[in-house]
Design a protein around this ligand. Structure first.
Ligand SMILES: *Cc1c(COP(=O)(O)O)cnc(C)c1O
Length: 399
């Protein structure tokens, strides 16, 4: 079968919740993927930053295969010999006391919301069903009914109500708005350190520091959603590290498994996560031994291959080169590490299609933004290769 036939299959049988770039990927290795015709592409999306460690990393695959031959799923009705080791490693790496494993990013954010509400009722003394969580305009947290309830994208929610109450929206990057929005019922502020899906929006310097101070002063939990920005993507282990702040809770997902399996987690100290009692929360697959073994290897790769430093160094080089493109069609180049957004003066999709033709895979976000977020394993030479192709495409306009 050729690409057009595969695309036709999707058209017929798959609910149209996406509008994919027309490329049918058959295999991947490191920063590269190959389509069914054998054409090679430089992956500049990394599955929305899930494949930070590169496609099909041999060490992660090895861990997956060997664990598959032992046991894959036990459920949390029993203990297994992988989950504790995984979460110890994750807590030691990030400096938190406890973790709660889930599967998808959306589930991690849902879990953080439940934890914050529970903390509010049991510890802060908020009256039942009165807890408020403050969120930001332009947020993205996933697609469950509760998470879309506080989205500012009309399409995400207009036909999917009734919506979950208990959220208040303020502008992103404005710490004074946070201070003003807090009430005695506020239990948490949920924020992305850089808004990824929102268009690679980088808040003003010092924002996260102010946020941490305001939350601490008001006994409000500071929850950082690092599902996209975490695990080296922005040139620090956590994006919050750039400002030296330590949120009360952190959500991780995506690259936690190197893209091999859905693995997510919520991190916090005992004073929050220690409040959960048996029966309060759960997941059949959360913390399963296969997921845990894969995540252990994915974290090992991140550390042993120095991918956080690499992201910072190569990201600075890539961003520098993108900023030097002379084009009337580029409004702004922004980001941190290897999470880079190029805002165009018109729709980004035609640029992404041209880039695809030139062997570079990107996906437009928020209309006019081309996101460049390659796997962290890329080299300077690969960036040079990509820039030879990116530069002429972003210099020539599309209507
Ligand atoms: C992708 C993403 C999520 C949701 O993750 P899923 O695995 O798609 O459910 C949540 N928050 C942020 C910031 C994300 O980028």
């Amino acid at each position: 079968m050729n690409s057009q036939q595969y695309i036709a299959l999707d058209e017929s049988y798959v609910a149209h919740t996406y509008n994919p770039i027309e490329v049918v990927i058959e295999r991947g290795e490191g920063a590269w993927v190959y389509d069914v015709e054998g054409k090679r592409y430089f992956d500049c999306l990394s599955a929305y930053s899930a494949v930070n460690q590169g496609h099909c990393h041999p060490r992660i695959l090895e861990a997956a295969v060997s664990q598959m031959h032992r046991v894959t799923l036990t459920s949390r009705a029993f203990f297994n010999d992988q989950m504790g080791l995984f979460l110890k490693q994750l807590c030691e790496l990030t400096g938190y006391e406890m973790a709660l494993p889930m599967n998808t990013g959306a589930e991690a954010v849902e879990t953080a919301i439940k934890a914050a509400r529970m903390w509010g009722y049991r510890m802060k003394g908020v009256a039942h069903d009165q807890a408020e969580i403050i969120v930001c305009e332009g947020n993205f947290a996933g697609r469950t009914t509760t998470l879309i309830s506080f989205s500012s994208e009309e399409q995400y929610k207009e036909d999917f109500g009734p919506l979950t109450p208990g959220f208040k929206t303020i502008p992103y990057g404005d710490h004074e708005a946070l201070a003003e929005a807090i009430t005695p019922n506020t239990v948490a502020f949920l924020v992305e350190p850089i808004q990824g899906e929102g268009g690679v929006i980088v808040p003003p310097a010092g924002y996260l520091k102010h946020v941490a101070e305001i939350c601490a002063a008001n006994n409000v939990l500071f929850i950082a959603d690092e599902i996209q920005t975490g695990l080296g993507r922005t040139g620090a282990l956590l994006c919050c590290d750039h400002e030296g702040v330590r949120p009360d809770m952190v959500t991780l997902g995506k690259a936690l498994s190197g893209g091999v399996y859905p693995v997510s987690a919520v991190l916090a100290d005992r004073r929050v996560l220690g409040l959960f009692r048996p029966g309060d929360h759960g997941s059949t697959f959360g913390g399963n031994p296969l997921a845990s073994a894969i995540a252990r290897a994915a974290l090992d790769v991140l550390v042993d291959e120095g991918l956080v430093d690499r992201s910072r160094e190569i990201g600075a080089y890539f961003m520098g080169r993108l900023k030097r493109i002379e084009s009337d069609h580029i409004e702004e180049v922004r980001g941190k590490g290897l999470l880079i957004g190029v805002e165009m003066s018109s729709l980004a999709r035609p640029y992404c299609d041209s880039l695809r033709d030139a062997g570079i895979l990107c996906k437009d976000t928020h209309g006019t933004i081309v996101r460049f977020a390659p796997p962290l394993v890329i080299s300077k030479e690969e960036i040079d290769w990509a820039m030879e192709r990116i530069e002429p495409i972003l210099s020539n306009g599309h209507q």
